[in-house]
Design a protein around this ligand. Structure first.
Ligand SMILES: C[S@@+](CC[C@H](N)C(=O)[O-])C[C@H]1O[C@@H](n2cnc3c(N)ncnc32)[C@H](O)[C@@H]1O
Length: 151
């Protein structure tokens, strides 16, 4: 099964969507949230995994490889996605390292004009990724930008 890592997963709701898309999803969040019942059940049944830890610490020590890394509604995580912060390069490099050769990074927002221009700029200029497409997910009104890992 393909593996997905959802960074800043919050209450893990997105993990269920990733599971439906055919991934075994691991969600990571630095805060321990109250989980909705359907996420709790999926976790108990081993359909999704949730780790409570700082994402950067996890990425540094991670020995697993993922086909997809998702960041939905980055909010405070967006700090790591903007140049000129040194943190952005560092964060993207860590994501690059844990992705499989054909791995994909997806960043999703509710707002079409969410600072995509700046984020896309940072991600592309990092040299770690190239943009593939911009997609509009009708369900949930989400806008997702997708990047492919550069070798
Ligand atoms: C707006 S919420 C994301 C909600 C979730 N992705 C969703 O789709 O419903 C942002 C999340 O990022 C988490 N977060 C922020 N910085 C983090 C970090 N350094 N490591 C792990 N999680 C972090 C916060 O705890 C918060 O739950």
């Amino acid at each position: 099964m393909k593996r997905a890592l959802d960074i800043g997963t919050g209450n893990g709701a997105y993990l269920l969507e990733l599971y439906q898309r055919g991934y075994f999803p691991t969600g990571i969040d630095k805060r321990d949230r109250v989980l909705p019942e359907n996420v709790k059940v999926a976790r108990q049944e081993g359909r999704v995994e949730i780790i409570i830890m700082d994402a950067l610490t996890y990425l540094e020590s991670c020995t697993e490889r993922f086909n997809l890394v998702s960041i939905r509604y980055p909010d405070e995580l967006a700090f790591y996605l903007f140049a000129p912060h040194r943190e952005a390069l560092d964060f993207l490099g860590k994501i690059h390292r844990i992705l499989e050769i054909d791995g994909v990074l997806e960043i999703t927002s509710r707002i079409q004009d969410f600072p995509y221009k700046d984020i896309i700029d940072t991600v592309e200029k990092s040299g770690y990724f190239e943009k593939t497409e911009l997609e509009f997910f009708c369900f949930g009104n989400n806008y997702t930008v997708r990047f492919r890992k550069k070798i």
